[in-house]
Structures are given as structure tokens and as C-alpha cells.
Write a protein of this length. Structure first.
Length: 558
């Protein structure tokens, strides 16, 4: 006979034991959602379109069949709202389909990086590789019966709102290259951020290299690097994953680094989950779910104060408060342990900015082992120019190459590019943003009725954590907006500009008080104007609370 579910007092006691602290009562409702006792999905819509508005026909177009697009399709289907998903690829999975470079894997423990309603207890690794995650999202698309709604090979060019019809017309190129259109009441952008390659076009001579070039986002498995002279520009998260594989086969590898990343010591980063732990996950009631919530807390709200700026803290710019300094010292000890026998490397790899100002990179010792190989050379001088045969540094040193690799990241802050989106009165979204993307709760944009974003502006997790959590909250919020639309018999719903602007002012003020906004170190968190357009600076609990149900008073219904 299965054990009875614990009452709230018992749950709170278990929760506070799990996270190692008291004062967690506010998190109890969130924990109950995450636990999903008896398979209950508490984030599923509790309404059906046919019951709310029997005579209204409402449809949606979702752009993207990655993690967020699959999720949005699943929820719309539960609510009885017809939808079509358009995706440029030939399979679901988004980033986890496209990111096929060697060594690609998630930097968030897999027991946290999964849908709350489709938790998997038998992950093969603590941090799964790209193909494992691609398989997971493919299985979810099939289990939720979402795949049949996807039109693959479709590249969306523009979405245009009609004030008269209160509909969106989405124009796209189909698999054969023919231009087609589809009309819907609602458009949900689930295009993601980490798939459009960013190149260092500001470097003199960019594009003049005559050898082979390759970005991590456009990895070509047919391009052999064996025995080649390779130069890699960039040492971000992707580069630190693929470079060990390159170093193993290249004759010579030059790695150019502009800013050193903080390494997060993770001894089990490549390890399989041991059998004993697998048994606990599969047999002890709620063990896996409580472990998931423990990860959620430790990597999110539990660490938030460590990156908040203390105005009274005296520092040389390498820390922002006492906890930040303590964490920095611990990490410096890790660097000393990894690179202590190579003082030439140690001087190059220890960052001089606060922990949390840039995304940390998980490491189990592989980075030090890679850089210490005799065929690998870490260069920290500035690149003066790219030439036909390699790169020339500011000090005049020339590095010849057969292959030039780019580990320079993604155009994360250029939201929704290169699509054209035109809203009410023909307003162009990119002209309205002017390079500074903003949205209310990362979802709704003034002058763009019935247009909603997932993984939109200021919905990124910085310290670490699962973006799936943000997408689940965002989708529930979108569904509550659709519910408002149907129950009010209106044709459109649009965020009020004053509400949007007040929210963004608060976000900006809080981001400036965090390590990533306070520090002048460059990062993909900031757009070209220097504003932090990526990060959510408040607690994850607050985002959950604010997206549980839309406030009709914050919107204009027409």
C-alpha cells in the first residue's frame, strides 16, 4: 500500500531539512507543485477553450519546436486551443538538436533540467550530453502528441498584426523554399537564444582567412582536425567543452582568451549516475523530487545574496560582498590546485572580476589537463587582425593556422532576429526596441497584442539553474492571458505601456545592484548598449508568484 502524502507541516519540515535552513514556508506551494504527488500536474490549465467560449474559434502559431515550443504546444493542447508549430530544423529539440559540437552537455544537473510534469528518475549522467537531452525532448514531443503539430523545415520571415481582423499573419519559407502564410489569433515566440552564432566581426580582417572556419553553433563533423594547426578564438562555455576534443587530435592548438572564465568545480561533471543513487531515485518515495528541489534552491535563490552588491564593501573590483569574497577565495584555491605547477598558466586563468558577473563554466579538471598539453598554447594578448593564413596579435606575434574555430558565443541579446514583427498600427518590433529588447515578465510587449515570448528579455538564470523552470512559468502565464481573452470575449490582449515600463525600471535598478550589472566586465548578459537584457535579478519564487495568474488590470482588452 503506497504511503500517504505528508501534510503541510511535515512537508515544511522535510523542505527545511533538505535545504538546510528555516524560513521556507513561502516556498511550500512551489514545492507541492514540483513534487507532483500521484502524478498530478498542478501547472496544467484548469480550463478548456470550448467551455469558456463555445462559439469562439481561437488558434495559435508557435515559432520553434525546442524545449519551450514543445511545452507551449502541450499546454495549448490541454486547453483545447488549436495550434501549429513552425520550426526551421527537421526535428524537435531546438538547441539540443543543433548544438552538435563534441563535448556538448548541459551545465545544470539533469534532475533539475527537465519538465516538472515529466521528471525522469533514470538519467544516465548527472549532467547529460547533447544527444541524451535531444532524445528526452523528442520523447516528450511524442508522449504529449505534439510532434504531429510541427511543420519542419519552415523558416519564419515575418509576423504582421491586423488591427481590423485582430489576427497575426505569419510568413515563412517551407521545406521546399516556397513562401507560405498562416493566420492565427495568437503567436508565441519560442525561438530560443543559444543558436544564432556570434562572430567577432569587429576584428580587422574578419572574413579574410583562407582556410577552414567553423563556429561551435555550426559544427561540421565532416571537417577533420587531426594533424591540423588550429586557432580558436574564445574561451566561453562552448569552447571549454569542445577544446579538449580538439586538443586530442590537432597537431597544434592556439587558444586566444579575452576574459578568463570562473570555473565551477564539478568532479562528477562527466560521470554516470552510480547504481546506488539510481536505486534511491527509483525506489524511495519522493527522493528524486526532493533532490530536484534541493538543486533548485542551492543553485538559485539560495545563492542569490552572494552576488548582490554591498555598497559598503571595500574591494578592488574582484568581489561584491563578504560572501562573494569568500567564494572567490575558495575558487582561487581550486585554480591553485589545478594550475599551481604552471605559474605561467595560473597568471592567465584566474579572473579578476566578481564571481557571478559572467556565466561560470563547470570543470572537473579537464581544462587544466587540456591547457597543459604540449601542443596547446593559451594566448591572452589582444588580436590585432585576422589574416589569410591565421591571426596576428597586438604584439606582432603571428599564429599560422589551417583551421580557425570560433568559440565566441551566440547573439543572445538580439531577441527574435532576424524575423520581422509588426504590431498594432504597423509598429516594427526591432525599431521599437532599438537594440534594447524589453518585455513585461519576459512575455508581453506594448503595441504587440496577442504576441508572447518565451525565454524573452530578462528571463535568464545567472548563478545557475534550469531555464525550463522559467519556460514553465511563462507558458502558464501565457495560458492565463489566453483564458482572459476567451472569458472576456475580446479579440486582443495587450500589456499596458506604463505597467511594462515600471516593471522594466525595477528590473534595471535591481540588475545594477548585482555582480553582473555592477561589474564592467563584458558578458553576453549585456546588450550592445551595455544594459543587462538577459538576467532575472529577483528570486525564482517571485517569478513563479507573478506568473501564476495574469492580472486583467495590467492589460488592455479590445
Amino acid at each position: 500500500m503506497p504511503a500517504a502524502a505528508p501534510d503541510d507541516a511535515q512537508l515544511l519540515q522535510m523542505l527545511e531539512f533538505t535545504v538546510g535552513g528555516a524560513g521556507m514556508a513561502d516556498y511550500l506551494p512551489l514545492l507541492e507543485e514540483e513534487l507532483a504527488y500521484k502524478g498530478e500536474d498542478r501547472r496544467a490549465p484548469q480550463w478548456r477553450a470550448g467551455s469558456l467560449a463555445p462559439t469562439t474559434t481561437l488558434s495559435a502559431v508557435i515559432i520553434g519546436a525546442g524545449m519551450s515550443g514543445i511545452l507551449a504546444g502541450h499546454r495549448l493542447q490541454q486547453a483545447g486551443v488549436p495550434f501549429t508549430i513552425l520550426d526551421k530544423n527537421d526535428d524537435v529539440g531546438g538547441t539540443w538538436y543543433e548544438a552538435a559540437y563534441p563535448g556538448c552537455r548541459v551545465d545544470n544537473p539533469n534532475h533539475n533540467y527537465s519538465y516538472s510534469f515529466a521528471q525522469r528518475h533514470d538519467w544516465p549522467f548527472h549532467y547529460s550530453s547533447q544527444h541524451v537531452l535531444h532524445d528526452y525532448f523528442g520523447q516528450c514531443a511524442d508522449a504529449f502528441d505534439v510532434r504531429r503539430h510541427v511543420q519542419f523545415g519552415c523558416t519564419v520571415r515575418q509576423s504582421v498584426w491586423s488591427d481590423d481582423d485582430q489576427t497575426w499573419t505569419v510568413t515563412y519559407d517551407d521545406e521546399a523554399g516556397a513562401q507560405r502564410t498562416i493566420t492565427a489569433n495568437i503567436v508565441i515566440s519560442a525561438v530560443g537564444q543559444l543558436n544564432r552564432p556570434k562572430f567577432p566581426t569587429e576584428i580587422e580582417g574578419f572574413g579574410t582567412f583562407s582556410g577552414e572556419t567553423m563556429h561551435s553553433a555550426q559544427w561540421r563533423p565532416d571537417l577533420s582536425l587531426a594533424g591540423k594547426r588550429v586557432v580558436c578564438i574564445g574561451t566561453g562555455a562552448s569552447a571549454l567543452q569542445f577544446l579538449p576534443h580538439v586538443a586530442a587530435v590537432a597537431a597544434d592548438l592556439v587558444v586566444t582568451q579575452r576574459t578568463a572564465p570562473w570555473l565551477a568545480p564539478t568532479p562528477d561533471y562527466h560521470d554516470a549516475v552510480p547504481d546506488g543513487l539510481q536505486w534511491l531515485y527509483g525506489h524511495v518515495p519522493s527522493y528524486s523530487e526532493f533532490n530536484r528541489f534541493s538543486i533548485f534552491w542551492r543553485m538559485g535563490d539560495g545563492a542569490l545574496e552572494s552576488v548582490r552588491v554591498d555598497p559598503s564593501w571595500e574591494s578592488d573590483g574582484s568581489s561584491v560582498n563578504m560572501i562573494s569574497e569568500f567564494g572567490r577565495q575558495l575558487l582561487v584555491e581550486y585554480f591553485n590546485g589545478e594550475f599551481g605547477d604552471r605559474p605561467d598558466l595560473l597568471a592567465k586563468v584566474v579572473p579578476h572580476y566578481p564571481v557571478g558577473a559572467k556565466r561560470m563554466v563547470r570543470d572537473n579538471g579537464v581544462w587544466a589537463r587540456t591547457l597543459k598539453q604540449p601542443n596547446v598554447h593559451l594566448v591572452t594578448d589582444a588580436i590585432a587582425r585576422i589574416t589569410a593564413t591565421g591571426i596576428e596579435m597586438a604584439d606582432g606575434t603571428v599564429h599560422e593556422a589551417d583551421v580557425l574555430l570560433y568559440g565566441t558565443g551566440y547573439e543572445a541579446s538580439k531577441f527574435l532576429t532576424p524575423m520581422t514583427v509588426k504590431g498594432r498600427d504597423g509598429v516594427d518590433l526591432h525599431e521599437q526596441w532599438a537594440g534594447d529588447a524589453r518585455a513585461y515578465l519576459g512575455v508581453a510587449i506594448p503595441a504587440f497584442p496577442n504576441f508572447f515570448c518565451l525565454y524573452g528579455p530578462n528571463t535568464n538564470i545567472v548563478i545557475n539553474g534550469s531555464i525550463i523552470y522559467f519556460s514553465e512559468c511563462g507558458v502558464r502565464y501565457i495560458l492565463s492571458l489566453v483564458e482572459l481573452l476567451l472569458s472576456s470575449a475580446a479579440g486582443s490582449i495587450e500589456i499596458r505601456r506604463d505597467v511594462h515600463d515600471e516593471f522594466n525600471a525595477r528590473v534595471d535598478a535591481e540588475n545594477r545592484a548585482m555582480a553582473w550589472g555592477w561589474s564592467d566586465v563584458s558578458s553576453w548578459y549585456k546588450n550592445d548598449l551595455g544594459r543587462v537584457a538577459q538576467n532575472w535579478p529577483f528570486t525564482l519564487l517571485e517569478y513563479w508568484q507573478r506568473t501564476k495568474q495574469a492580472d486583467a488590470g495590467e492589460f488592455v482588452l479590445r
